[in-house]
Design a protein. Structure first.
Length: 302
């Protein structure tokens, strides 16, 4: 039975189900605390014992967790999360920005990124707030906590994240983007799409992931540019503004990046401040750092 979004957020038991016991969420919680410690103390290059203590695990557990989670050691992960690393990504990208943005999602000698085909809602559809649309959603563990996957008959319509116990406000934040759509809880129905998103072995060019971009024309242009940034690269907001021929619109670009409804797949985490700073992220700066580190591990294994 279909349930209107405005009532669903108050009655759906999925929004309040305990997720902390899930192994993937426990792993992420440990990683999250370790990342927070590294972010605060990166200049001192803390020893693994200090990081492990902050994460409430043993050094051996931390080492194996990071190897399993990101494919690299805690030391390498720490390097990937420091501000100097972020600046390095920006400097590398600045000299090859056009090549990076024009190359699409893959290139010779590079690990293939998510293969995505997309379409944007028509202006009429966008103005009606999703009236007549049926959106199915489910909560699924992923390397970055609990993910909220929202799908339509046209493809992936939303992807967001939450920490344990914060599922309800995260869902409500996403639901406000389609105030007149009908949301249907469908944990089983969205599970395959969640696997498709987070399992790199399923990133296949012959099976592209279809996404539905919902926003203004300017926002969609920004998101399309983000889709062209290869994994392991980063660009700053002003470069994106120049690419879409709005060189003075850096702040507007930043706002559009923040409104991205399909996090991770549309890689807004690869957008940095002018100085190379990681800046803000709608789902938390720690999660943005985690994504950069996870991608560093994937590229290292490619």
């Amino acid at each position: 039975m279909m349930t209107p979004a405005k009532n669903l957020a108050m009655t759906d038991p999925q929004l309040t189900r305990p997720g902390a016991q899930d192994a993937a969420l426990r792993d992420y919680d440990s990683v999250r605390r370790a990342i927070g410690y590294i972010s605060e103390h990166w200049r001192a290059q803390p020893a693994i014992e200090s990081i492990a203590e902050a994460a409430s695990v043993t050094p051996d557990e931390l080492h194996h967790l990071f190897r399993r989670w990101a494919g690299l050691t805690p030391k390498a992960f720490m390097q990937a999360l420091t501000l100097d690393h972020a600046k390095g990504l920006l400097r590398d990208s600045a000299s090859v920005l056009d090549a990076a943005l024009d190359s699409g999602l893959s290139g010779p000698g590079r690990l293939h990124d998510l293969f995505v085909t997309h379409e944007a809602m028509s202006p009429g559809e966008w103005k009606t707030g999703g009236a007549g649309m049926e959106l199915r959603y489910g909560f699924h563990p992923c390397p970055f906590g609990s993910s909220i996957v929202i799908s339509s008959e046209r493809g992936l319509a939303g992807l967001a994240f939450s920490d344990p116990g914060e599922e309800r406000p995260a869902f409500e934040d996403m639901a406000r983007r389609w105030p007149r759509a009908t949301f249907i809880a469908d944990q089983d129905g969205t599970a395959a799409m969640a696997r498709r998103i987070f399992d790199a072995k399923l990133w296949k060019p012959e099976q592209p992931l279809r996404v539905l971009l919902i926003g203004t024309d300017f926002e969609v242009r920004v998101w399309e540019t983000l889709l062209k940034i290869p994994m392991g690269r980063a660009v700053c907001y002003s470069d994106i503004a120049t690419k879409i021929e709005s060189p003075k619109a850096s702040r507007a670009v930043g706002a559009a990046v923040g409104k991205n409804p399909i996090s991770f797949v549309v890689p807004c985490h690869r957008a940095l401040g002018k100085s190379g700073a990681l800046t803000g992220y709608h789902w938390g700066i720690t999660r943005k750092q985690a994504m950069i580190g996870w991608e560093a591990g994937q590229v290292g294994m490619g």
